[in-house]
Design a protein around this ligand. Structure first.
Ligand SMILES: [Zn+2]
Length: 262
């Protein structure tokens, strides 16, 4: 008899806790903003399909700043080659007006981008990364693109135009293609952002970047004077060291840190 009462009590308490958890969950979401993380904070969420089986690349651009089809197609190709997304990777375009006055800081990018996000970076089984293409330039106008948190990137079209080389070599299209893949490479944790590579390919003077000018993660790829540092065609692919890092992270042989989700 006493035992039965106890069981009833346990059930009642469990129900109460479940309700409480639901309420708390909702209210906490409203009070505490979603953690934004650092670039690389959603690397495993992309590389593996344990929790996220599909992915959306959200592209928010101001009028006149829509990225070229070649850039988004190349990006999807690169992501598909390294991320396990059995239910597919798709692109969602949205024309927006960010209403930014003056140059952009990293904090401006975070704030304005999050105002426009069409969904949470982690919603059910879908991972969402966002690329914004605003009018205007970064505070340092030689910066072509920035990765500001685990799911957010900005690319500065006016500066990308400026980076076109003499006689269109590299062309603004080449530059845009490379910078898009480069910044997404940072969201993939490259180079050494959320792990320690077993191979020494991080540039000593440019943390988070490759020392190989054949890698899209080469440090000069996000600067307007890239043509002064890269001879021949611009890299737009991950090199073997980058790919080996990603493979090691995916199979767990390289430890990873700072994940928003694990
Ligand atoms: Zn970079």
């Amino acid at each position: 008899m006493k035992r039965q009462t106890l069981q009833t009590l346990v059930v009642v308490v469990l129900v109460a806790f479940t309700n409480l958890a639901g309420c708390l969950g909702d209210s906490l979401d409203e009070i505490i903003p979603e953690r934004k993380g650092i670039p690389g904070g959603l690397t495993l969420a992309c590389l593996t399909s344990t929790s996220y089986t599909s992915m959306i690349v959200e592209v928010d651009y101001e009028p006149g700043y829509k990225p070229l089809t070649s850039s988004t197609e190349m990006l999807i190709e690169r992501l598909t080659s390294v991320c396990d997304k059995p239910d597919g990777i798709s692109v969602e375009f949205q024309e927006v007006n960010f209403g930014q006055q003056g140059d952009w800081t990293a904090e401006d990018v975070r704030t304005k981008a999050w105002e426009e996000k069409s969904g949470s970076p982690r919603e059910d089984s879908t991972l969402r990364w966002q690329l914004i293409f605003p009018a205007g330039t970064y505070t340092d106008a030689s910066v072509l693109g920035v990765a500001v948190d685990a799911s957010t990137i900005a690319l500065f079209g006016d500066s990308i135009e400026q980076a076109e080389g003499p006689f269109g070599r590299p062309s603004a299209e080449d530059v845009e293609n490379s910078v898009v893949v480069h910044e997404v490479g940072h969201l993939l944790g490259l180079v050494n952002l959320v792990y320690e590579s077993p191979v020494d390919h991080e540039d000593d003077e440019h943390p988070g970047h490759s020392n190989n000018d054949q890698s899209v993660m080469y440090w000069a790829v996000e600067s307007t004077d890239l043509a002064n540092f890269i001879f021949g065609s611009l890299p737009n692919e991950f090199d073997s060291d980058d790919l080996n890092d990603l493979a090691g992270l995916a199979d767990g042989s390289i430890p990873i840190r700072d994940q928003l989700w694990s």
